[in-house]
Design a protein around this ligand. Structure first.
Ligand SMILES: Nc1ncnc2c1ncn2[C@@H]1O[C@H](COP(=O)(O)OP(=O)(O)OP(=O)(O)O)[C@@H](O)[C@H]1O
Length: 473
């Protein structure tokens, strides 16, 4: 059962046979999930309809009295070049098809064609209109710096420019019906972003989340598609699937990189055809949910390893959002730290403590393999142990001290290296001076923080600083 109008623009059906108009409208609604149609049996009214209604696509019969499709086609294309026209003809004549395509028709079908192919052609045109609209929106959003739906992003704290461009990209693609792929390391906030996509889309249905990792194909199909009574042993009652629950809303499939190949095939077919069968039923149902998927895996690498289908990957990555790791957006670290500190203090009913001034700097230089989730857990752990006025460094020292994941540059042989192979090596004292200067810069001039960053004692650091100071011109 479809409550809303699909697509979100009108499709004008033009044919002088009322009976055909009625039957094609029903077919489109029942088999194609398309119900936003306007019927017109008098072709002379087409120009006025196109001027006065939000028509995005025209299905045009060729042979009509008074004003034929052949005469209308060039007029529509000239006046409304943004509206694709699909031509329908009672005759299967190649020359007529070629002529229509040359005049600018989007597609051509013989009326006796299988309905399935006609519906696919209409869906193709809808997809193209969606993409053109997104392109236009994207251009205008990228040119402006403003967010139209700032409230939809209120849960995602950030001061990072890359994240703000992601928000603008979400605003540009949120209205489309195409799937969105969200990637990024574990704990970067992919689920929060999926929620924001749903909010910005303003779809009236709900956001339904399914973690597909570890689901075998049978459970995956049952979860998504539902089943009829008696579909398998134990199916005593019929159950609707998550696709149905997400009708008019968003279906969020988390951990898509862990989906079994057999299930990938089913999901790909669903995305292509928009149709599925509940287990035990041979009556097709239409999906009316927007699909958003997320993974922390590198899907291109999985695809190269044969663990992820190429066709499925390309179907998913039309709209791709990659969320940078927390270490790549250092400005977010103090911001989120303070936010979680306040949140933890509130939840644990403690007073927000004073923070040792070296802590935010040390955190900004930590690699955070677990990203925002790890930062939040660290703050909560510290706050639950905290008793004094000043926040204890104990929790943080444990992880900061053994940071094995510092990003290092690798040379062509895959070995750790910070040097450019084609350039001569600097002398040892120069490297040490550069390291000290960089540590002091990152530590904002604080020597005790700089010591921690590069693992030297305070006397050793001040000795070296004194020496560089003495030798400075
Ligand atoms: N920018 C942010 N502002 C506030 N909270 C955030 C932000 N990013 C992430 N979080 C919080 O961090 C935690 C992890 O976020 P989320 O579950 O969205 O990550 P994820 O990328 O989906 O992780 P996974 O790959 O493990 O599923 C959540 O508690 C979330 O609320």
């Amino acid at each position: 059962m479809i409550d809303s109008l699909t697509p979100d623009f009108e499709i004008l059906l033009v044919d002088d046979e009322e009976a055909w108009l009625r039957s094609i409208s029903m077919t489109l609604a029942m088999s194609g999930g398309i119900n936003n149609v306007v019927r017109c049996s008098d072709s002379r009214k087409v120009p006025e309809l196109l001027r006065s209604r939000p028509i995005g696509l025209v299905l045009l019969d060729l042979n009509m009295p008074n004003l034929s499709g052949q005469d209308l086609l060039p007029a529509i294309i000239e006046e409304h070049p943004e509206v694709p026209v699909i031509v329908l003809s009672g005759l299967n004549q190649v020359s007529v098809a070629v002529e229509c395509m040359q005049k600018g028709a989007f597609d051509f079908f013989v009326k006796t064609v299988e309905e399935e192919r006609l519906i696919q052609g209409i869906h193709r045109a809808i997809r193209m209109i969606d993409l053109q609209r997104e392109n236009r929106e994207m251009k205008s959003r990228i040119l402006s710096d403003r967010l139209e739906n700032a409230e939809a992003f209120a849960d995602i704290l950030t001061a990072d420019r890359a994240m703000l461009s992601i928000f603008r990209y979400i605003e540009a693609v949120a209205g489309s019906s195409q799937p969105i792929l969200i990637t990024g390391e574990s704990g970067v906030g992919k689920e929060l972003v999926a929620r924001a996509v749903h909010k910005v889309s303003r779809r009236p249905g709900q956001l339904v989340s399914v973690n597909v990792a570890g689901l075998d194909d049978q459970i995956f199909s049952d979860t998504l598609f539902g089943h009829t009574r008696g579909a398998f042993t134990g199916a005593e009652l019929p159950r609707s699937g998550m696709i149905e629950r997400a009708a008019d809303g968003t279906l969020f499939l988390d951990e898509i990189g862990d989906l079994a190949i057999t299930s990938q095939v089913k999901l790909l077919r669903l995305l292509q055809e928009g149709e599925y069968f509940s287990l035990g039923s041979d009556v097709p149902k239409r999906m009316n949910a927007r699909v958003v998927v997320a993974t922390h895996h590198d899907l291109a690498a999985k695809q190269a390893a044969g663990e992820f289908r190429k066709d499925f990957y390309y179907r998913l990555c039309g709209h791709h959002i990659h969320i940078p790791a927390l270490r790549e957006r250092p400005d977010d670290i103090p911001l989120l730290f303070d936010h979680f500190l306040e949140e933890a203090a509130r939840e644990l009913k403690k007073k927000k403590p004073t923070v040792p001034k070296e802590l935010p700097v040390l955190l900004t230089n930590y690699s955070f393999p677990g990203n925002v989730r790890e930062l939040r857990a660290l703050v909560y752990d510290a706050m639950s142990r905290h008793e004094a006025h000043m926040l204890s460094m104990e929790t943080f020292k444990r992880v900061l001290g053994k940071d094995q994941n510092r990003p290092v540059r690798l040379n062509e042989q895959g070995e750790r290296s910070v040097f450019v192979p084609s350039e001569p090596l600097p002398p040892l004292h120069e490297v040490a001076d550069l390291l000290v200067a960089e540590a002091m810069r990152r530590a904002g001039g604080n020597q005790s923080i700089a010591c921690r960053l590069i693992g030297v004692s305070q006397p050793a650091l001040s000795k070296r600083l004194k020496k560089t100071g003495d030798s400075a011109p």
